[in-house]
Design a protein around this ligand. Structure first.
Ligand SMILES: Cc1cc2nc3c(=O)[nH]c(=O)nc-3n(C[C@H](O)[C@H](O)[C@H](O)COP(=O)(O)OP(=O)(O)OC[C@H]3O[C@@H](n4cnc5c(N)ncnc54)[C@H](O)[C@@H]3O)c2cc1C
Length: 369
């Protein structure tokens, strides 16, 4: 049995980019992936512009669609179209994007992780086909991660449920991203046009999700696929000595937008630094990764969670304030910087003079924060 430096479970964006980051540093690794090449993933495929800053150097030129306009609608009652004239978000087809990310990595497809054992010498991983030995184990196995369950890391789960349909159709204007508010409680809907496809969907906090909500704003008859998303909720350790979690396995999903691709790749970049250091110093402690996450991700996630607690429940009250050209343009300008900083939005919400927003914000501070 060959001994690997790092065994990665899952070849989604988190696992695939981790493999590249490790390979760049000459670190031997293997990905165990239960799916096959071009595995489909239920996902809208929206990516912030600064994804390019965190992708491994050989993966920056991926196939994408760029959005320059946004159509935002509240229950069909009022809406607006904003045109920024330059990109604020990318859209990708996940099956293609993930396959691109996996190119050049050592993936064992069609093999399912079952369990692992740990002793002083390392890790033994058991799959449905064989077993592997390694120094470190990384769970990049997404929502419902077996590695998370077995390691006891990232126990605190908060789910939303989302649905999506991909219609094989060319959109009239591929530069328009559509957002639908108020059609579901504690959630939102979208339509993302891409090359030859339009992907539409909706999602809401578990318990509020109603399948078929997407049909209210997209009447296409394509079958709907439903999938859970594990949102970030609290800061908790994602690493111990030899085991760590990256991406959605560690609940690293933006609690406001439910976007998980950027945090997946960022977490893999951060973990790769810690693994490299450990192998160089011949140490066995990945815990420094927890500190890096706190520094680079959790602060923004805390603001995102609070904003989500204001935004979704109080939408009936604040929708007219949100769907104003000035505010939407402000958000899009932030997005053009590469990524919407929640800290910045929060500061703006705090300083508003608008009475409904002030009331919503005060209530949130009393009851929710
Ligand atoms: C409807 C919907 C829309 C979304 N839209 C967006 C969006 O627009 N933008 C965005 O950023 N995020 C979006 N997300 C979230 C995003 O899809 C995930 O957060 C992201 O894919 C997480 O990446 P990951 O690599 O951590 O996990 P995944 O992409 O889930 O990859 C995990 C991999 O592990 C493999 N695996 C799982 N268990 C095992 C096992 N036991 N053995 C071997 N392999 C295993 C799986 O086959 C999979 O390939 C959306 C999600 C949904 C459901």
């Amino acid at each position: 049995m060959k001994r690997h430096d790092v065994i990665i479970i899952g070849g989604g964006p988190a696992g695939a980019t981790l493999a590249h980051y490790l390979k760049e540093k000459g670190i031997d690794n293997v990905i165990i992936e239960k799916g096959m090449p071009f595995r489909d993933k239920v996902c809208a495929g929206g990516l912030p512009l600064n994804i390019e800053n965190i992708l491994p150097s050989n993966l920056k030129s991926f196939e994408r669609n760029s959005y320059t306009k946004i159509f935002a609608d509240y229950k069909g009652i009022h809406s607006l179209l904003a045109d920024l004239k330059s990109s604020f978000l990318y859209g990708v087809m996940r099956a293609k994007f993930d396959q691109f990310l996996r190119e050049g990595t050592n993936v064992h497809y069609g093999e399912k992780f079952i369990k692992y054992e740990e002793d002083n010498d390392g890790i033994t991983v058991y799959t449905d086909k064989t077993k592997y030995s390694g120094k470190f184990l990384v769970g990049a196995d997404g929502v419902g991660s077996f590695v998370s369950i077995q390691s006891g890391l990232a126990k605190n789960k908060r789910f939303i449920v989302a649905e999506e349909k991909e219609v094989q159709e060319e959109a009239k204007d591929k530069s328009i991203l559509n957002v639908f508010l108020g059609y579901n409680f504690l959630g939102y809907g979208w339509t993302f046009p891409k090359e030859g496809f339009i992907s539409s969907g909706s999602g809401a906090l578990k318990g509020h999700f109603i399948k078929g909500t997407v049909n209210k704003f997209d009447r296409g008859i394509t079958p709907i696929k439903v999938f859970p998303i594990s949102l970030w909720n609290v800061a908790e350790p994602l690493a111990k000595e030899r085991v760590a979690l990256v991406g959605e396995a560690g609940n690293l999903v933006d609690p406001f937008t439910a976007a998980g691709i950027y945090p997946s790749i960022l977490s893999s970049m951060l973990l790769s630094e810690v693994i490299v250091k450990n192998l160089k110093l011949e140490t066995v402690n990945l815990e420094q990764y927890n500190e890096l996450l706190e520094d680079k991700l959790y602060d923004e996630f805390r603001y995102a969670r609070t904003l989500s607690n204001i935004f979704y429940p109080f939408l009936p009250l604040i929708n007219r304030v949100i769907l104003r050209e000035e505010f939407i343009n402000y958000l899009l300008e932030l997005a053009q910087e590469g990524y919407i900083s929640y800290k910045k939005i929060f500061k703006r919400v705090e300083s508003t003079r608008r009475i409904p927003v002030k009331i919503a914000y005060a209530l949130v501070k009393i009851f929710i924060r």
